[in-house]
Design a protein around this ligand. Structure first.
Ligand code: ADP
Ligand code: MG
Length: 704
C-alpha cells in the first residue's frame, strides 16, 4: 500500500520557522535570532542583514519573487504592499536583493489609511516595523506569484500606532513586566510571562451564485431584507450535524492551506444556524494567534472561491438565525511552562493561581467598560443581547464548584484555613476541580473554563487584537497593584498577605460573578441592582476609550497614549458611520430598483387577472382582489418608510461631527431601516416566486 502523506510531512512548509532558519543560517546567527525572538532583545542591523539574507534565500528557493510588509491597519483587515527582490548592482547586473533594512523597516503612505486625526498634525509617512516574534511566511496565488510575507507593526512618523498590532505587543510587554514582578514578589524565579490565545472562528458558507445575486450581501456582508425560511435552526439539526460533501471538501482544502502556513487548524464542525460552521486552531502566543486568525479569515474567503462558495464573516448575515462570533480563550503562562490559571497541586504555584484568577476577576469588573468596548463593532450590534450571543453586560462565570469554593474560602476562619492549606500543600478540593465543571454556562460572556478564561462576545469579523489588548492591560494593572502589596511585607508574612489580597479582591469584585442565564431580562434587572454597567450600543462603547480612568491605565502601562486613544475612538465612530451609510444606501437602492418593480409586477399580474376573470364572473376574483388590497396596503407603508429613510439618511449626512452623525444613524436611520425591512419581508412572501427579485433565505441557507 502506498504510504499516505501525513500532516506532519508538510505542516508549516510555507513558514520561515525554526527548522528552516537552522537550515539557512549559521548556528551563531540562529542562536542570536532566537534570543531576539524569545527574550525581546533589540535586533541590530548586522544581525538583521544576516536574517534577511537567509529569508531571501529560503523565499527564493520557494519560488518567491516579491516580499511584503504585512500589517493590520485600523480598518480591521490586513494590508500589504509588494516589492520584488530584483535589484541592480553597481556593475549594472541584475541581482536579488533583500537587506536587513528592507526586512526591519518599510515605508508606507499612511494617508490612505484611517488615522483618526493623527496624520493631520504630523506627517503623511507611515512606517512598518518587523514583528520578529511572529514568523514570516510565503503565500502563493494559483497561477500567480509567490510572495514572502513579513508580519509588521504600522506606526506614524512620530511613532504613534496606526495599527492593531502595536498596542497588542505593548500590552503583552506590560503583562510580561508586571507578571514577572508578581511572580518574583512571591519568591519564585521566572524570566518571562506570555499571554496565550486560542480563537474559535464561526462563519457561514453560501453558494456563490446566490451571493452574487444579493446586492446587500455584496455591499454590506449581510442581508438587509429577507423573510424567514419555513425552517430555521429550531430543530437543532445543524449543530454538530454530519458535514455535507461540498462543505467537507472545502474544510479539507482550508485545513491543508492553514497547515502549510503553520496554523494548527484543530477542530471543525457545523454550528447552530443552517450553513454555519466553526474552525478552531490550537492556542499559541497572543500576537501570533492574532496574526493567524487574520490568515484564517483570509484563507476561509479565498478557499471558498475554489468551490464556488462564498464565506461570510459578518456577525449577522441573516436575521432570526444565529450570527457568528469568535471565542477568545486567554491564559497566561511563564517561560518555565506554568499556566498561571491552572488550579495546581504544587505548593507555591497555588498562590500564583489564586492571585492570577482573582486579578482577572477584579480587572474585568473594574474595567468592564473596556472589555465591552473590545467586542464592539457595527456588525456585533445585531448579536449582543440577542438570544444567541452574550448580552452587552459583562459578567464572569467561574462554575458552581469554584464559586462555592471561593465563597467558602473568603468567608470566615474555616475558609482561611483551607486557603492556607491549599497554598502551602496544594492539597485542597480546588485542585481536584474538573475542567468540565466550569464549562456549563454557554450564555456567559466571560467564563473560566478550567485553565483559561473564554471571552465570548467578540464578533466573527473582528481582529483578536482588541480584546487581548484589554485583557492583557487590565491584568497587568492588577498584577502591578498586587505585587506592590506583596513587596511591602517580609517573606514570613507573605502567605498571610496573599490570603488577605485574594479575599479582599474576590469580595470586592464578586458582583461580577454570575451563574444564571445571561440571556434573560431578569439578569438585566439584577445587573443594574449590582451596579454593573450595560453599554448597549457601540456608539457609546467607543467613548470609554477616552474616559480618564482608561487613558490613565493605558498610559501607565505604555500601551497607548491619549492621542492614540482619541484617534481610535474617532476612527471607530467613522467606521460605524460608513457601515450604516453603506447599508442605508444599499437598502434604498434595493428598495427602489429591486423590490418596487417586483411589487408592481405582482400587482399588475393580479390586476390583469382580475380584469380578465371579471369578464366571466366578478365573484371569481374575490381572492385576487383581497390579495391586491393587502399588497397595495403594504406597498403604501413600504413607500412611506422609504421616504422616511431618505429623510433621516439626509439628516445624518448633514451632521457636523462624527459623534452627532453616529447618533442619528443609531437612533433614526437604523430604526427606520428595521421598519422598512419588516414591511419588505411581509411583502416578500406575497410575491410569486418568478417575480422574486433575489434569492430568498430558503434558497440561500439550504443549498446543496
Ligand atoms: P470549547 O470551548 O469548544 O470547549 P476547547 O477546550 O477545545 O473548546 O478550546 C477552545 C480553544 O481554546 C482552542 O483554540 C484551544 O486551543 C484553546 N485553549 C485551550 N487551552 C488554552 C489555554 N490554556 N489558553 C488559551 N487557549 C486555550
Ligand atoms: Mg469555546
Amino acid at each position: 500500500m502506498d504510504k499516505k502523506t501525513r500532516i506532519t510531512d508538510y505542516f508549516g512548509q510555507n513558514v520561515f520557522n525554526s527548522v528552516v532558519m537552522q537550515e539557512y543560517m549559521s548556528p551563531e546567527t540562529y542562536s542570536e535570532v532566537r534570543a531576539v525572538i524569545d527574550s525581546g532583545i533589540t535586533l541590530g542591523i548586522d544581525l538583521a542583514n544576516r536574517v534577511a539574507e537567509a529569508m531571501k534565500e529560503w523565499a527564493s528557493d520557494m519560488g518567491a519573487t516579491h516580499y511584503t510588509h504585512w500589517f493590520q491597519p485600523l480598518t480591521g483587515s490586513t494590508a500589504e504592499k509588494h516589492d520584488s527582490f530584483i535589484s541592480i548592482d553597481k556593475q549594472g547586473n541584475n541581482i536579488l536583493e533583500f537587506t536587513g533594512k528592507n526586512l526591519s523597516k518599510g515605508e508606507a503612505d499612511a494617508s490612505s489609511f484611517p488615522t483618526g486625526g493623527i496624520r493631520a498634525t504630523f506627517e503623511a509617512r507611515g512606517y512598518t516595523v518587523w514583528d520578529c516574534s511572529s514568523p514570516a511566511f510565503i503565500r502563493k496565488t494559483k497561477g500567480g506569484g509567490v510572495t514572502l510575507y513579513i508580519p509588521t507593526a504600522f506606526c506614524s512618523y512620530n511613532g504613534e500606532a496606526l495599527d492593531k498590532k502595536t498596542p497588542l505587543l505593548h500590552s503583552m510587554e506590560a503583562l510580561n513586566r508586571e507578571g514577572v514582578k508578581l511572580i518574583r514578589s512571591l519568591g519564585m524565579q521566572v524570566e518571562r510571562v506570555i499571554a496565550s490565545v486560542g480563537g474559535e472562528q464561526e462563519y457561514f458558507l453560501i453558494d456563490k451564485k446566490d451571493f452574487n445575486k444579493r446586492t446587500d450581501l455584496r455591499f454590506t456582508g449581510r442581508t438587509l431584507f429577507g423573510a424567514d425560511a419555513p425552517k430555521g435552526q429550531e430543530q437543532h439539526d445543524q449543530y454538530y450535524a454530519s458535514i455535507k460533501t461540498r462543505v467537507s471538501q472545502y474544510m479539507s482544502k482550508l485545513n491543508h492551506e492553514l497547515w502549510l502556513l503553520g496554523i494548527t487548524a484543530k477542530t471543525q464542525h457545523n454550528e447552530a444556524a443552517p450553513s454555519q460552521h466553526e474552525l478552531a486552531p490550537i492556542f499559541c502566543t497572543a500576537n501570533i494567534a492574532t496574526d493567524q486568525n487574520q490568515l484564517i479569515m483570509e484563507t476561509m474567503k479565498k478557499v471558498a472561491e475554489k468551490f464556488d462558495l462564498t464565506c461570510l464573516l459578518h456577525e449577522k448575515p441573516f436575521a432570526n438565525v444565529n450570527g457568528s462570533g469568535k471565542h477568545n480563550n486567554w491564559s497566561v503562562t511563564t517561560d518555565s511552562g506554568i499556566n498561571m490559571l491552572r488550579p495546581g497541586t504544587n505548593p507555591g504555584e497555588n498562590a500564583l493561581f489564586l492571585l492570577t484568577f482573582t486579578a482577572v476577576i477584579a480587572g474585568v469588573d473594574e474595567y468592564a467598560d473596556l472589555i465591552r468596548m473590545s467586542a464592539s463593532n457595527p456588525g456585533n450590534e445585531h448579536r449582543l443581547g440577542g438570544n444567541e450571543a452574550p448580552p452587552s453586560i459583562i459578567s464572569i462565570y467561574i462554575g458552581d464548584d469554584l464559586e462555592l469554593v471561593m465563597d467558602n474560602l473568603c468567608e470566615g476562619n474555616k475558609g482561611e484555613e483551607s486557603l492556607k492549606q491549599y497554598i502551602n500543600t496544594g492539597v485542597n478540593y480546588l485542585a481536584e476541580l474538573k475542567k468540565d465543571s466550569s464549562d456549563r454556562n454557554r450564555t456567559s460572556p466571560f467564563a473560566f473554563t478550567g485553565n483559561k478564561f473564554e471571552f465570548r462576545m467578540v464578533g466573527s469579523s473582528a481582529t483578536l487584537s482588541n480584546p487581548n489588548v484589554m485583557i492583557n492591560t487590565i491584568v497587568a494593572e492588577m498584577f502591578s497593584r498586587i505585587s506592590e502589596e506583596l513587596l511591602s511585607v517580609s517573606a514570613a508574612e507573605r502567605d498571610a498577605k496573599v490570603i488577605e489580597i485574594v479575599k479582599r479582591l474576590y469580595t470586592e469584585h464578586k458582583r461580577i460573578i454570575y451563574k444564571g442565564n445571561n440571556y434573560t431580562k431578569d439578569w438585566v434587572r439584577e445587573a443594574k441592582k449590582r451596579g454593573l454597567n450595560n453599554i448597549d450600543n457601540c456608539v457609546d462603547a467607543y467613548d470609554v476609550l477616552v474616559d480618564k480612568k482608561n487613558i490613565d491605565l493605558f498610559e501607565r502601562h505604555g500601551v497607548m497614549t491619549c492621542v492614540e486613544l482619541q484617534s481610535r475612538r474617532e476612527i471607530y465612530l467613522e467606521i460605524y458611520n460608513q457601515v450604516i451609510n453603506i447599508e442605508a444606501k444599499t437598502m434604498l437602492l434595493m428598495a427602489r430598483s429591486e423590490i418596487m418593480p417586483a411589487i408592481i409586477k405582482s400587482k399588475k399580474e393580479l390586476a390583469l387577472t382580475i380584469n380578465q376573470v371579471s369578464n366571466i364572473d366578478e365573484n371569481f376574483t374575490r381572492v385576487e382582489r383581497e390579495q391586491l388590497q393587502v399588497l397595495s396596503g403594504l406597498f403604501n407603508i413600504f413607500n412611506n418608510e422609504l421616504v422616511e429613510l431618505d429623510r433621516v439618511y439626509l439628516a445624518a449626512s448633514k451632521a457636523t461631527t462624527c459623534k452627532k452623525r453616529a447618533i442619528i444613524y443609531r437612533d433614526q436611520v437604523v430604526l427606520t431601516m428595521n421598519k422598512l425591512r419588516k414591511t419588505a419581508d411581509a411583502i416578500e412572501v406575497l410575491i410569486p416566486k418568478e417575480f422574486q427579485p433575489y434569492p430568498t433565505y430558503a434558497d440561500i441557507l439550504f443549498y446543496d
